[in-house]
Design a protein around this ligand. Structure first.
Ligand code: DGL
Length: 261
């Protein structure tokens, strides 16, 4: 038993799409969420630069006594997960990657689309996974241009968001994709807009958050780190940005618990 918080971090508010699932599935666990918003977006930065930011975030979260770290960011995982595991062999780390496998194994049309940041798509890991499933499905990929910024500034329900999503999603669906992999944790916040663009065409959105929850549960149990059933969970938030951002982050966390994504 260990009542210390689970650390969860992202470049910004996107990781709340993972945080909400962990919170719902593990109601006894305290959670410490860190948004590295002073450096958001990570998506157009190089891996070495991102690694430097991630190391600082993890150092701060470990300083607050977290018992496990969930890298709720595909871009940070691609750039840093190997280094983190080498540097802190006694801390369990859970990383995120675009869910290519379930999409490639379930597609009916034989075409899937992976949406992620430029940095994630450029990573060796994504290239290797794509090569592995290339005989199961044609894999299209695209960057959700401008989407992170829209989610960071709460502009999901605007005509501008619809247009930004339409521009990216329409060509992928027109090319036959019937699975859209949300390979950036900000993108699930645009789920309802993506569904509007897709309309009545048969397309499923694939989000890795449920798989991450399963992995968190496995690692808590394997390391005897579960919180006691008597623990009263505490939900804390930190950011490298200012107090105004912190207030918006908390408000978005409350809203995320009620969203359909
Ligand atoms: N949410 C992050 C991800 O899952 C990246 C967003 C950014 O570009 O900072 O990749």
């Amino acid at each position: 038993m260990n009542n210390a918080p689970i650390g969860i971090f992202d470049s910004g508010m996107g990781g709340l799409s993972v945080w909400r699932n962990i919170r719902a599935a593990l109601p006894d666990e305290s959670l410490l969420y860190y948004a590295d918003a002073a450096h958001c977006p990570y998506g157009d930065r190089g891996h070495d630069e991102i690694l430097g930011y991630v190391e600082e975030v993890v150092r701060q979260m470990l300083g607050r006594g977290v018992k496990m770290v969930v890298v709720a960011c595909n871009t940070a995982t691609a750039a840093a997960i190997g280094h983190l595991r080498d540097e802190y062999p006694n801390i369990p780390f859970v990383g995120m990657e675009p869910a290519v496998k379930p999409a490639a194994l379930s597609t009916k049309s034989g075409v899937i689309a992976v949406l992620a940041t430029r940095s994630s798509l450029d990573g060796g890991h994504f290239r290797r996974t794509s090569a592995e499933f290339a005989d199961r499905a044609k894999i299209l990929s695209a960057v959700g241009e401008g989407w992170v910024d829209i989610v960071e500034s709460n502009r999901e329900n605007t005509p501008e968001a619809f247009e930004a999503v339409r521009k990216v999603v329409e060509p992928l669906v027109a090319a036959g994709a019937d699975r859209i992999v949300l390979g950036c944790t900000h993108y699930p916040f645009l789920t309802s807009v993506i569904k509007q663009v897709v309309g009545d065409r048969i397309v499923s959105l694939v989000n890795s958050a449920p798989a991450i929850v399963r992995r968190v549960k496995e690692l808590l149990s394997a390391n005897s780190l579960e919180a006691a059933a008597s623990n009263t969970p505490v939900y804390d938030f930190m950011t490298s940005a200012d107090g105004d951002y912190l207030a918006r982050l908390k408000a978005k966390a409350d809203a995320a618990c009620k969203m359909d994504m």
